[in-house]
Design a protein around this ligand. Structure first.
Ligand code: GUN
Ligand code: ZN
Length: 428
């Protein structure tokens, strides 16, 4: 079945940091997108494409808005939804005082479903259509999440947390039970509809070497599943890893020794990486989730985007709820822009919107499936409304270029500016 949408249209074809800016995106001031059976069939100028269509076909016209691919959140914790904005601590104390007690509740399948329903609606309201998501240590948390994501026909990636040391007993698995539970979840859910599995060691401090090795073994057994963890977020954390793994040559090397790096491996944060670690991430095709809202909230530090780009590391954007304070990728971009300002560096609106869409798809090895409007891609897209708030509408009156317009959108925009979210072509 054909569906046709008309409006201002923007998507990316390549990383603006790697090619000439004009080759990195496609923009149609008055564009048309044709969707067939939930997949992108064609996009182009309205004046050209409309004449090719049968007169009987309905065209949905979005005015005062920008049609873009749905945002991709490459690092977020759904069980932390209800503990967002917990006061006063940095990473390790924040985990101990707030996070672990909260995650305890997810042994209850019904509780998980209830939170997953709310969480996914928040993502969709914010224009995020795909996310790489942490569960908790409980297999029920992932069961709950996938059940709800499947009902909503979403492309989502999730995994059960692995943690067998330095955590409360009530949140601890073992190397063997973590392996067995993960395997059962992979067999049931990986590549079921649009769902995919991520092996999810929480971070090096809460995983024994045996557990990390078992994660590597599982990854080798299922090469198309993801690996999702945290890396070099906070100085005290890094010092702790050094003392726990004295034989390793740095934080990343702990994961590397257990064979956890690769094309489908995503490391959240990477705020304090050495050049040799970045080089290793680049040469193994691993990715970093840049989580500026979280990094500012927990006082973790200012991500060095230029370092990652220099070593050709794939980078996506992450909200990192509940350490991040917003579901909105527009607000996350706003925070990212400010982190780069504090580094005396620039984050252009093209670069940041690339990171939030195609960059995320590349980081997740899903280029061609989501992230832009190439033919055959899944038609998950959003409509951003310039007139949703009086302030943005007023500011837009004084803007002349596309670059300016996108910058204003990403600095002033949030959930309020997401007029519609479409999943496989259908408005939700
Ligand atoms: N490192 C280990 N666990 C977590 C978590 O839940 N949130 C963040 N931001 N960092 C972590
Ligand atoms: Zn996190």
């Amino acid at each position: 079945m054909l569906k046709v949408y008309r409006g201002e249209l923007l998507h990316f074809l390549a990383d603006p940091a790697k090619v000439a800016l004009s080759d990195s995106y496609q923009y149609f001031e008055d564009g048309v997108m044709i969707i067939k059976d939930g997949l992108i069939e064609r996009i182009g100028e309205a004046s050209e494409l409309l004449t090719t269509l049968d007169k009987s076909i309905d065209v949905t016209h979005y005015e005062n808005g920008l049609i873009m691919p749905g945002f991709i959140d490459t690092h977020v914790h759904y069980p932390q939804t209800e503990m967002i904005a917990s006061y006063g601590e940095q990473l390790l104390e924040w985990l101990e005082n707030y996070t672990f007690p909260f995650e305890r509740q997810f042994s209850d399948l019904e509780h998980g479903k209830n939170v997953a329903e709310f969480f996914l609606n928040q993502l969709l309201d914010a224009g995020t259509t795909t996310a790489l998501v942490f569960g908790t240590v409980h297999k029920e948390s992932v069961e709950a999440f996938f059940t709800i994501a499947q009902q909503k026909k979403l492309r989502m990636i999730c995994g059960k947390v692995l943690m067998d040391q330095n955590c409360p007993d009530y949140l601890s698995d073992t190397a063997q039970s973590g392996y067995d539970d993960s395997k059962a979840l992979i067999d049931k859910w990986h590549n079921t509809d649009r769902l995919q599995y991520a092996i999810t060691p929480r971070f090096a401090p809460t995983c024994s070497t045996e557990q990390l090795n078992k994660a590597g073994q599982l990854l080798a057994e299922y090469p198309s599943v993801y690996l999702h963890t945290h890396l070099s977020e906070n100085q005290a954390e890094i010092a702790w890893v050094k003392s726990l793994f004295p034989d390793s040559d740095g934080y990343l090397d702990v994961y590397d020794k257990s064979k956890l790096l690769g094309r489908r491996s995503i490391f959240a944060h990477g705020v304090h990486l050495h050049d040799d670690e970045c080089q290793r991430l680049g040469e193994t095709d691993s990715a970093i989730a840049f989580c500026p809202s979280s990094n500012l909230f927990l006082g973790s530090g200012l991500f060095n985007l230029q370092q990652a780009q220099k070593f050709d590391v794939n980078v996506g954007l992450g909200s990192d709820i509940g350490a991040g304070t917003t579901f909105s990728m527009l607000s996350t971009i706003n925070e990212g822009y400010k982190t780069q300002q504090l580094r005396q560096e620039k984050l252009s609106p093209f670069q940041s919107l690339y990171l939030a869409t195609l960059g995320g798809a590349v980081a997740l090895d899903l280029e061609g499936t989501i992230g832009n409007f190439t033919q055959g891609a899944e038609a998950d897209f959003i409509v951003l409304d310039y007139h949703a708030t009086p302030l943005m509408a007023r500011r837009m009156q004084h803007c002349k270029t596309l670059s300016e317009k996108l910058f204003i959108l990403s600095m002033l925009g949030d959930e309020r500016h997401v007029k519609a979210t479409h999943i496989m072509g259908e408005k939700v």
